[in-house]
Design a protein around this ligand. Structure first.
Ligand code: AMP
Ligand code: MG
Length: 332
């Protein structure tokens, strides 16, 4: 879950309107992502307890899911091909498999073998060949993962196959932090995990205003979503990419071709569950402005905002699913 130095922080929480007292604090898990926890109507001492509980929980999750920790469940699974894993790891992998099916493989954690080729290509300064890509693609496909509940065991059925949960883990962690807050009696709060935002509030509370960054000038907000409860997660390539031979290459890979996704500047997804929002944002980015938009419209649990170039790059075009009518406004 380590991020490149310019990790995504695509979403900016503009303001959380409301008159009640707020407390917040930030920590930096998963390779330095700023994770800000905000709660309303809670004493400072109570907030400290909840904040510490969240930090501990995130540490456990990172220890299980990170590709950059030597003895994480995921590192061991990738090395051995079969391994007993924690309940958390099994839950994330199974959710990833469901989302892979729901997106017809546009979101696919087994794309790891292809990602490795592109990471290597960055060092070598040369893109992978079609033959290298097609060999790696033989190890891609979520039907090639087997899970067993009885033993909390995962098996990767192809030799050399690997998993990368980078497209869902941050959302899963953010969802878990919000769950802890609610379990501890907080009724209004915000989790902002480096731009993956989860908000929750009670009846009658004012809406939160979540900003969607302008993909061409990321210090500016392009649009604002008004949300009472749910997660807003953005995928885009403008802050995270690899550079090969002077060209920017997106870190999101199309599992059908093994090539970096193109066609969109960003996709922001609004959904109840942050892990699902995270995976859908990655998938819709892969599918692009036509197929991605059609999929987003067909999924009742997903609303989405697509930003793409128009007029040969001169302008920005926005496409939003009909369910966002009245919830989405352009920033000034
Ligand atoms: P996100 O920033 O949430 O869109 O996730 C991007 C990260 O997910 C990448 O850095 C990879 O680790 C991983 N990834 C890239 N392409 C895919 C894909 N098609 N399906 C699942 N995970 C992917
Ligand atoms: Mg994602």
């Amino acid at each position: 879950m380590r991020r490149l130095p310019t990790f995504l922080s695509l979403l900016l929480l503009l303001s959380a309107c409301g008159t009640n007292e707020r407390v917040d604090d930030v920590f930096h898990p998963m390779g330095g992502i700023p994770m800000r926890i905000t709660a309303y109507d809670i004493s400072n001492s109570r907030f400290r307890e909840v904040f510490e509980e969240i930090k501990e929980r995130v540490d456990v999750l990172e220890g299980a899911l990170s590709l950059y920790i030597q003895d994480s469940d995921l590192t061991i699974l990738n090395e051995k091909g079969v391994s007993d894993v924690s309940e958390d790891t099994l839950a994330v992998i199974e959710q990833a498999m469901r989302l892979c099916k729901n997106t017809e493989g546009a979101f696919d954690p087994t794309v790891a073998s292809v990602i490795e080729l592109w990471t290597y290509a960055e060092k070598a300064g040369k893109a992978p060949t079609d033959e290298e890509l097609s060999q790696a693609l033989e190890r891609v496909g979520c039907n090639k993962i087997e899970t067993s509940h009885a033993r909390s065991r995962v098996r990767l059925t192809q030799p050399g196959m690997r998993l990368d949960l980078g497209g869902i883990a941050k959302g899963y962690v953010a969802a878990e932090a919000a769950r802890i807050m609610q379990k501890r009696g907080i009724t209004r709060g915000i989790v902002d995990a480096g731009g993956d935002v989860v908000v929750f509030s009670g009846k009658g509370d004012k809406l939160f205003r979540v900003g969607i960054k302008h993909p061409m000038s990321t210090e500016n907000v392009f649009a604002i979503l008004s949300v009472a409860n749910g997660a807003v997660v953005t995928s885009g390539c403008y802050e995270r990419f690899v550079e090969i031979d002077g060209k920017r290459v997106c870190h999101i890979i199309d599992p059908r071709s093994g090539k970096p996704a193109k066609g969109l500047l960003s996709v922001s997804v609004l959904a109840r569950d942050a892990a699902a929002a995270d995976a859908y944002a990655t998938a819709l980015f892969v599918l692009g402005p036509e197929d991605g938009f059609a999929l987003a419209k067909s999924l009742p649990e997903v609303e989405a905002v697509f930003l793409l170039e128009a007029d040969g790059g001169e302008k920005l075009r926005m496409k939003a699913t009909p369910g966002l009518t009245g919830k989405l406004e352009l920033a000034e």
